[in-house]
Design a binder for this molecule. Structure first.
Ligand code: GMT
Length: 411
């Protein structure tokens, strides 16, 4: 199948391009993508990657328990296969992993997939391993790539409940990628890993995230020209929402400012209570879950990301693409995207004093703020999806070749 697609790719190039020699290397693949369908970072990355691969001519099959949040429009090269599982009364816990493995067997076999790319190790990597073994019994060798996103390693994965299965299934994957150097290192630190891990950073679609002219919206939020500070997250403990409010409180004491909080999650109740205690509710708005994040970022002067842990911090990259400097903690992979004194400032986790000092410095100095805005966009351009996509394609091709050579079978 892979060879047929390779040939089709070459024919397509010959038909459509005058730059034949440049195009002749195009290899179209049939790719299965497994992900969580929610708004969480890993699901967003998986969906955007799949859509971009489909735009390039690959055939992409999403496999998830629900239609992924960002997969709303029809695309001729995109397919969706829902993992449904029985709620038989015997099952106190629905057996998602078993249902997923069975679905993977079915989709690989009947759609003739060339490769499976699973996002988030738990339980996707182990379900893929099981599917791979079942398919091998039937004479099909399917290469599996696992992408580690962060919490699957740093928060959930290293928990003893999961860690032996996580290490095993990472080691059994034919290709492994991590979204930052920091996550790669942490994976080697926490687990007994005997395979390579390639860092392929997350990416941004600069057409979807760019500074837009939203002056009418800005006036509605900040009618007196107040500074607008923004935070977007799933409001889990790891995001340290209490620090967001503490930093904003300090900024608010020095200058007129508004805080926009986007997203929702378990910490929202505490955040609302803290907001009342600090008496900043009149200048704070909880906007809940929002789809048009780019439009909201268009009005922000500064983005706050004080996380306890963050393998990458995709949302900081989205802010930077919209020319919004970032005040963040120095956790995990954040320093790989937010550059100290250039695109924003980094502080020790929990050092709200320092974060507020840096924020006030930037917000009180219009020239500096403009300079940081420009730097932020320049940095975001380094993570342009156009540059990152070929790295994934190359990883897939090398993995397919490796599995082919190892098994002696035609993939
Ligand atoms: O923490 C989140 O926002 C969700 C979480 C997830 O598991 O999907 O995000 C993780 O993956 C994102 C995409 O690769 C990264 O940008 C986030 O930094 C990472 N979250 C953590 O490491 C806490």
């Amino acid at each position: 199948m892979y060879n047929l697609y390779r040939l089709l790719g070459i024919l397509h190039s010959l038909k459509n391009s005058d730059k034949i020699l440049q195009q002749i290397q195009i290899v179209y693949m049939k790719i299965g993508i497994v992900c969580y369908p929610t708004y969480g970072g890993s699901g967003v990355v998986a969906t955007e990657l799949g859509k971009a691969l489909a735009d390039k001519g690959h055939q992409v099959h999403f496999i998830a328990y629900k239609q992924p949040a960002r997969l709303s429009h029809f695309h001729e090269n995109v397919y969706f296969h829902e993992v449904s599982f029985s709620n038989y009364p015997l099952f106190a816990f629905p057996p998602y992993e078993t249902a997923l493995a069975s679905k993977l067997v079915d989709v690989v076999k009947f759609q003739n997939l060339d490769i499976l790319h699973v996002h988030y190790a738990i339980p996707h990597a182990s379900a893929a391993y099981l599917a791979k073994k079942i398919l091998r019994e039937q004479g099909i060798e399917i290469p599996v790539v696992t992408t580690l996103h962060g919490t699957d390693i740093t928060l959930v994965g290293k928990d003893v409940t999961f860690s032996p299965v996580v290490s095993f299934s990472i080691n059994q994957s034919d290709g492994v990628t991590a979204v930052s150097e920091s996550l790669r290192q942490e994976t080697f630190d926490y687990f007994d890993i005997n395979t390579d891990i390639e860092v392929i950073p997350n990416f941004i679609d600069l057409d979807a995230f760019q500074k837009l002219d939203k002056d009418h919206f800005k006036k509605a939020i900040a009618p007196q020209g107040e500074r607008i500070i923004m935070h977007i997250s799933n409001f889990r403990k790891v995001k340290r929402i209490q620090d967001v409010l503490d930093v904003f409180h300090r900024i608010h004491q020095i200058m007129p400012a508004k805080l926009l909080l986007v997203g929702d999650g378990p910490e929202r109740k505490n955040a609302e209570a803290q907001c009342r205690d600090l008496r900043i509710c009149h200048d704070t708005r909880f906007l809940g879950k929002q789809d048009a994040v780019g439009e909201l970022l268009a009005v922000a002067d500064l983005f706050l990301l004080p996380s306890q842990n963050e393998s990458f911090g995709l949302v900081a990259l989205e802010a930077m693409a919209c020319e919004v400097p970032v005040i963040s903690s120095n956790a995990g992979g954040i320093p790989e995207i937010n550059l100290q004194g250039e695109t924003g400032f980094l502080s020790e986790i929990g050092d709200v004093e320092n974060m507020a000092k840096n924020a006030i410095y930037l917000l009180s100095n219009e020239d500096k703020l403009q300079e940081f805005r420009k730097n932020a966009l320049e940095q975001a351009r380094r993570f342009d999806i156009e540059a990152i996509l070929p790295i994934y394609e190359s990883h897939y091709e090398r993995t397919i070749e490796k599995v082919k050579a190892k098994s002696g079978m035609t993939v």
